[in-house]
Ligand binder design. Structure first.
Ligand code: SAH
Ligand code: SF4
Length: 393
């Protein structure tokens, strides 16, 4: 991008800058950061180099104070501090489950709150990141779906969740120390609150920052974006982000999927599967994950398992079975362990990996589909949830 290129639309439309206040550098792409530095007095010729230096301080070392950026001249550091801030969402509360899962409630601009979950495992640690406050979609088994969309998160608020977790895990490297390959936060899943593909640009920019080799430096293969099936945005996920893809599939007939994942009424199974067959870069090492929530008597029969295999035929895939996590007022029950195992077995015998996801952090309502910030009250009654699910109470 040249200096004369107009500032991209993202910068214009995102609330990154308070009307009078300083600009938050967190969440800006390298090009956007260059633009704002120039706009606030950094000579054009130096701008690219300054971006590189500031970028490393923020994303590689976790530094938030310009005064500590010792490879910049003192006067320049003062100039930066006058115009810019390095700010991430504030942690309101943190709960730690008996299994080590950590659930954070973080506050973002406007007083809204979103949840972020850290899941430690034997050889990796996964951060489940939110992309929206609430969700416009109303999947009948999902707690977040009972909360109306309040707003999209900015790229800054999305990458800020990762920085917040690294703070809490005390995982910023010390300058000069050897590179530590064993990371507490090694994977990201976009499976928190919200539908990431309805906030595409911000999710993309935040993930680009997380992948940048001179910063947080996570491999694109360690990032998984989960979507309920926003078909027109699926190909862009591979092209513009390059991360792995998970699909909230959950049913094997349009009739049932219409009820569980209502976006199916807009893009049905056939349209969705067509988009997945055409997914760029689809290889066996980068298989699509089909998420399938196990709901007692709804979608968990042997026949469903066999239909599922037929539907995904030819797609490099793995099927992740998620035992339904209950929440207050939920209109479903979890399938029995035997049922889940029998279902998994049928899929496995057809040649697909079919792991059963162990629910994590249940004691602190941190498991899949349980997230919902208490400040955003349920707009729907129990009755309404049941009606949407096609169940009469
Ligand atoms: N909106 C995106 C990402 C967030 S949901 C999507 O729908 O894919 C992350 C995963 O948790 C999805 O597969 C979702 O279907 C699943 N999920 C939602 N509610 C759940 C519940 N109560 N129990 C188990 N899984 C649930
Ligand atoms: Fe939204 Fe995903 Fe929940 Fe559906 S499952 S309501 S898309 S967060």
């Amino acid at each position: 991008m040249t200096a004369t290129t107009p500032i991209t639309q993202d910068v214009m439309t995102l609330p990154r800058k308070l009307p009078e206040g300083p600009v938050n550098l967190v969440g800006l792409t390298r090009d956007q950061m260059r633009e704002v530095l120039i706009a606030h007095g950094t000579p054009e010729k130096q701008a690219k180099m300054r971006v590189g230096q500031i970028w490393q301080w923020i994303y590689q070392w976790g530094v938030r104070d310009f005064a500590l950026m010792t490879n910049l001249a003192k006067a320049y550091r003062a100039q930066l501090a006058e115009h810019f801030v390095i700010e991430i969402p504030e942690v309101v509360s943190k709960q730690v489950s008996t299994d080590g899962t950590r659930k954070y409630l973080v506050r973002i601009a406007g007083g809204h709150e979103v949840e972020v979950v850290y899941i430690p495992e034997e050889n990796r640690g996964t951060l489940c990141v939110s992309s929206q406050v609430g969700c416009t979609l109303t999947c009948s088994f999902c707690h977040t779906g009972t909360q109306k969309l309040v707003r999209n998160l900015t790229a800054s608020e999305i990458v800020g969740q990762i920085m917040m977790a690294r703070d809490d895990l005390d995982e910023w490297p010390v300058p000069g120390a050897p590179k530590d390959e064993t990371r507490l936060l090694s994977n990201i899943v976009l499976m928190g609150m919200g539908e990431p593909l309805y906030n595409f640009e911000n999710v993309r920019d935040a993930m680009k920052i997380a992948m940048d080799p001179e910063g947080i430096s996570l491999s694109r293969r360690r990032i998984t974006l989960s979507t309920s099936g926003v078909v027109p945005e699926i190909a862009r996920t591979a092209e513009e982000i390059g991360c792995l893809l998970a699909i909230s599939f959950h049913a094997t007939t349009d009739e049932v999927r219409d009820k569980l994942v209502p976006i199916n009424k807009r893009w049905n199974l056939e349209t969705l599967l067509e988009a997945l067959r055409a997914y760029p870069r689809l290889t066996n090492s980068e298989r699509i994950t089909f998420e399938y929530v196990m709901l007692n008597g709804v979608n968990d029969s042997d026949e469903d398992a066999r239909r599922l295999i037929k539907l995904i035929e030819g797609i490099p895939a793995k099927v992740n079975l998620i035992p339904f996590n209950e929440w207050p007022g939920a209109p479903y029950k979890r399938s029995s362990n035997n049922r889940i195992r029998a279902f998994a077995d049928i899929i496995y015998k057809a040649g697909y990996a079919s792991p059963i996801r162990t629910p994590r952090g249940e004691d602190i309502l941190a498991a899949c589909g349980q997230l919902k910030s208490a400040t955003e009250r349920a707009r729907k009654s129990r009755k309404q949830i049941a009606a949407d699910a096609g169940i009469s109470e």
